[in-house]
Ligand binder design. Structure first.
Ligand SMILES: NC(=O)c1ccc[n+]([C@@H]2O[C@H](COP(=O)([O-])OP(=O)(O)OC[C@H]3O[C@@H](n4cnc5c(N)ncnc54)[C@H](OP(=O)(O)O)[C@@H]3O)[C@@H](O)[C@H]2O)c1
Length: 225
């Protein structure tokens, strides 16, 4: 049975990833930070849940120790928005650093800790859930300073990691889920959660060692850096 790990799995896109993978016959090891949320409704013999705060090395380490021994897919999904500061003077240093820590370093901590369980003879895929807001080329509106910077850093961490991971049969993809109707995306978002996750899973199907590290939207469109 194929084994997937999903972070931030209690609500939004992470819960939907968990739901769809279980429906498709995967074994899922799901991380939640505070409460089980939608995971309580997904109870299934192939679902295991574990507390995970990607900001804490201890939490990530414990999560990794309890993970299944062989992992085929990691969905690095957990993330936070920033303060929606209207201009430079409103940026809150402490909060900005926290956003960078959670969105950029958090997923790297998870990759690092799970690496020995993802390194095996068959292909492992790692989906880094980024955002179009990471794109420097596409940054026309500005603002969302820390969120943008955190996701741009996540993209660079990923591209920097992809070469060494290639030798270990691990392929990365950097995904933009679209603007999706979740707590983070809000009610005005045009994309529904199931559509976004189905699209991202289709993109994942096309992943190989040859195309590792690409920045791709949920509908398959390649995005500018
Ligand atoms: N929705 C969009 O339009 C959109 C667009 C582009 C990219 N994204 C990205 O897609 C991913 C999922 O977003 P979403 O829309 O589903 O957001 P969401 O509904 O706000 O869910 C965010 C998830 O991340 C978890 N999380 C936050 N901080 C964490 C931490 N320190 N450790 C572990 N888990 C943590 C949350 O857990 P708690 O419940 O404990 O807070 C929650 O499960 C994020 O990386 C986001 O940046 C979303």
């Amino acid at each position: 049975m194929r084994v997937a790990v999903v972070t931030g799995a209690n609500r939004g896109l992470g819960a939907e990833w968990t739901h769809q993978l279980l429906e498709d016959g995967w074994q899922v090891y799901a991380g939640y930070r505070s409460e089980l949320g939608r995971l309580t409704t997904l109870a299934n013999e192939n679902l295991t849940t574990h507390v995970l705060d990607v900001q804490s090395n201890d939490s990530v380490q414990l999560f990794a120790e309890n993970a299944p021994l062989k992992i085929d897919l990691l969905v690095n999904n957990a993330g936070v928005a920033d303060g929606r500061w209207r201009n430079l003077s409103e940026i809150d240093d402490e909060w900005a650093l926290e956003v960078l820590d959670i969105n950029a370093l958090g997923p790297v901590r998870v990759v690092k800790s799970l690496y020995p369980k993802m390194k095996h003879n068959s292909l492992t895929k790692i989906a880094m859930i980024s955002s179009l807001m990471a794109s420097i080329d596409d940054c026309h509106m500005g603002r969302s300073y820390a969120y943008r910077a955190s996701k741009t850093a996540l993209n660079m961490f990923t591209v920097s990691m992809k070469k060494e991971a290639l030798e270990d049969n691990i392929s990365f993809v950097i995904l933009h889920p679209g603007w999706v109707k979740t707590d983070m995306g809000g009610d005005r978002a045009p994309v529904e959660i199931p559509e976004s996750v189905t699209g991202m899973r289709n993109v994942l199907e096309t992943r190989t060692l040859e195309n590792t590290g690409e920045f791709v939207q949920f509908d398959g469109e390649l995005l500018p850096w």
